[in-house]
Ligand binder design. Structure first.
Ligand code: NAD
Length: 464
C-alpha cells in the first residue's frame, strides 16, 4: 500500500484499536509504564538524538526533556485511579430520587503534532495525558529535529501497544494528509501560522483542538529586586536551549534605577553559566537549522549590543546576546525571537510596563522580578498571560497542578498533570432516575393554575 494511503486511515486504525482493547485502568497503566521503561532504558539514545538535533547537553536533556516526562508519567500513575473515578453531583430536589455523576470518557483517536525545540518533551508530555485518558494516538513529531523524531518512531512501537500508538515521521505534506482525516482531538504545539492551518482543517470536522503557541513573553525588572539573583535566573531561562524555548523571556522591560546594574549582572551571569567563550562550552546549545540562523541574524540589533552578538552560521552558533537602547519599533521587537538575543527596553515604572504589555498580543508567559508586593499584585490583576511567574522563570511548567497553556494569540487549552487527563477526556454527564415514583409528572401538561403556582413558588426554590 502506498505511504499516503496508509496515513489516510490512521485515525480510523487507532480508533479501532482503542475500541477493541477498551480503556481499562490496567491498559492505561500498562501504556504509561511502557513509556516510562522506554525512557529509562533508552535514555542514552534519546540524549544522543537531542545532542545531534540541538547540541543539547545530556544533563540539560535529562532536566528539560527526559526527567520532565518521567515526572509527568509518575504523577499520572499516582493519580490515575482517582482521576478515572466518576465524580458525583447532587441533583436538585425536583429530580429526586436520582443520582448524577460525571464520567471521564476517552475521546477516541487523538492526533498530536509537536515541534522541534523540546522535541521529546513536547511529544511525550501530551502523549502521557492522551494515554492516561485511554485514547488511541498518532504522534507526528517535527521533521526539523529528525534524530529525536526517528528515535521516537523506533522505540515507541517497541514499548507501547503498536496498534494503539503510532508515530508518523515527516513534515507538512504528511501532516496535511493526516489532517484530512476525522480526529476526535488535535493537540498542536508550534507557531501561529501553522496553527491557523490546523484550526482550519479541524474546523472541517468540528474537531476540538488545543493550540500551544508562542509569542513574545515579557520580563519586568525593577530596582527593588536583587539584580544578581535576577540576572542568574534570567540568563538561564533566556539562554537554555540557545533561547529556543516557547516560554523564554523574549524581552526585558526595566526601570532606569535597575538598568545598568541588570546589564552588568547579566553579563557576569552568562560568564558563570557558559564561561568567557560560550562557543567553546558544551553546556551551550546550537540553533536548530540554517534557516533559523538566517532569521535570527536578520533581526540582530545593529547597535546597542551590550554583550554577545557573534554569529557563526557554519556551526549554527549565536552567542548569548543582550542589546540595550532597543525601541519598540525595532525588528527584534516584531515577532517572537526564539533565539539567544535579549532586547532590554527602559520603562519609567511598572505602570508603563503594564501598559506596554497590554498593548500587544497576550503572551504565553510573563515574568516579574520585584520585591514590591503592590507591583507584583498589579501585574497579576492588570495583565493577561498564559502564566505569570514572580521572581522566577519557566518554573510554572514543572508544577503538575498548574495548567500549562496560552491565552489569546499564545494559544488555547492547557495541559500537564490532571489538566492533560481532562484535555483528552470527554466529561460525560450521567443521570439516573428510577421510573417510579414519577415525580416528573408535576411538570407535564396540562398546565393547570395549581401547577403554575407551584412552578413559580415551590419548584423555583427546590431547583436551586
Ligand atoms: P515546527 O516547524 O517543528 O512545526 C510544528 C509542527 O507543525 C511540526 O510537526 C511540523 O511538521 C508541522 N508543520 C509545519 N508546517 C506545517 C504545515 N504547513 N502544515 C501542517 N503541519 C505543519 O515548529 P515551530 O512551529 O517552528 O515551533 C516553534 C514555535 O512553537 C514557536 O512559536 C514556539 O513559541 C512555539 N512553541 C510553543 C510551545 C508551547 O508549549 N506553547 C512549545 C514549544 C514551541
Amino acid at each position: 500500500m502506498p505511504e499516503t494511503m496508509k496515513l489516510r486511515s490512521l485515525a480510523a486504525d487507532v480508533r479501532a484499536a482503542r475500541s477493541e482493547r477498551g480503556s481499562s485502568y490496567t491498559l492505561r497503566r500498562q501504556q504509561l509504564l511502557g513509556l516510562k521503561t522506554m525512557l529509562l532504558e533508552r535514555g542514552p539514545e534519546f540524549e544522543q538524538a537531542l545532542l545531534t538535533d540541538l547540541a543539547k547537553n545530556p544533563v540539560e536533556s535529562e532536566i528539560t526533556e527526559i526527567g520532565f516526562v518521567l515526572a509527568e508519567i509518575d504523577h499520572a500513575l499516582r493519580h490515575l485511579r482517582s482521576w478515572m473515578r466518576p465524580r458525583r453531583s447532587r441533583p436538585p430536589m425536583t429530580l429526586w430520587p436520582a443520582t448524577a455523576r460525571t464520567v471521564s470518557d476517552p475521546l477516541g483517536a487523538v492526533l498530536i503534532i509537536s515541534p522541534w525545540n523540546y522535541p521529546l518533551q513536547l511529544s511525550l508530555a501530551p502523549l502521557v495525558g492522551a494515554l492516561a485518558a485511554g485514547n488511541g494516538v498518532v504522534l507526528k513529531p517535527s521533521e526539523i529535529s529528525p534524530a529525536t523524531s526517528a528515535a521516537m518512531a523506533l522505540f515507541i512501537p517497541q514499548y507501547l501497544d503498536a496498534a494503539l500508538v503510532r508515530v508518523v515521521e515527516g513534515g507538512p505534506s504528511e501532516t496535511t494528509t493526516l489532517l484530512d482525516e476525522q480526529w476526535d482531538y488535535i493537540f498542536y504545539t508550534g507557531n501561529e501560522t501553522v496553527a491557523r492551518i490546523i484550526s482550519t482543517a479541524a474546523a472541517r470536522h468540528l474537531t476540538p483542538t488545543t493550540l500551544e503557541l508562542g509569542g513574545k513573553s515579557p520580563t519586568f525588572v525593577d530596582g527593588t529586586a536583587n539584580l544578581a539573583h535576577v540576572a542568574k535566573r534570567l540568563a538561564w531561562t533566556k539562554f537554555v536551549n540557545a533561547g529556543q524555548t516557547c516560554v523564554a523571556p523574549d524581552y526585558v522591560l526595566v526601570t532606569p534605577d535597575a538598568h545598568d546594574g541588570l546589564v552588568a549582572a547579566l553579563e557576569s551571569a552568562v560568564t558563570d553559566l557558559f564561561g568567557t567563550d560560550p562557543q567553546a562550552s558544551t553546556d551551550y546549545g546550537r540553533i536548530v537549522s540554517a534557516n533559523h540562523v538566517s532569521r535570527l541574524r536578520a533581526v540582530m540589533p545593529r547597535a546597542g549590543i551590550a554583550f554577545g552578538g557573534q554569529v557563526d552560521a557554519k556551526t549554527k552558533y549565536i552567542a548569548p546576546t543582550a542589546a540595550t537602547g532597543v525601541k519598540p519599533s525595532d525588528p527584534i521587537m516584531r515577532d517572537e525571537i526564539f533565539g539567544p538575543i535579549l532586547p532590554i527596553l527602559k520603562v519609567a515604572d511598572s505602570a508603563e510596563a503594564i501598559g506596554f504589555i497590554n498593548s500587544r498580543p497576550k503572551p504565553l508567559a510573563l515574568y516579574v522580578y520585584s520585591a514590591d508586593r503592590q507591583v507584583r499584585r498589579d501585574f497579576e490583576t492588570q495583565t493577561s498571560s498564559g502564566a505569570l511567574d514572580i521572581n522566577v522563570g519557566l518554573a510554572h511548567m514543572s508544577v503538575p497542578g498548574l495548567p500549562f497553556g496560552g491565552v489569546g494569540a499564545s494559544g488555547h487549552g492547557a495541559y500537564h498533570g490532571k489538566r492533560s487527563f481532562d484535555t483528552f477526556s470527554h466529561a460525560k454527564a450521567v443521570l439516573s432516575k428510577p421510573l417510579a415514583p414519577d415525580t416528573l409528572s408535576l411538570i407535564y401538561p396540562p398546565y393547570t393554575a395549581a401547577k403554575g403556582r407551584m412552578a413559580r413558588g415551590l419548584l423555583r426554590r427546590l431547583s436551586r
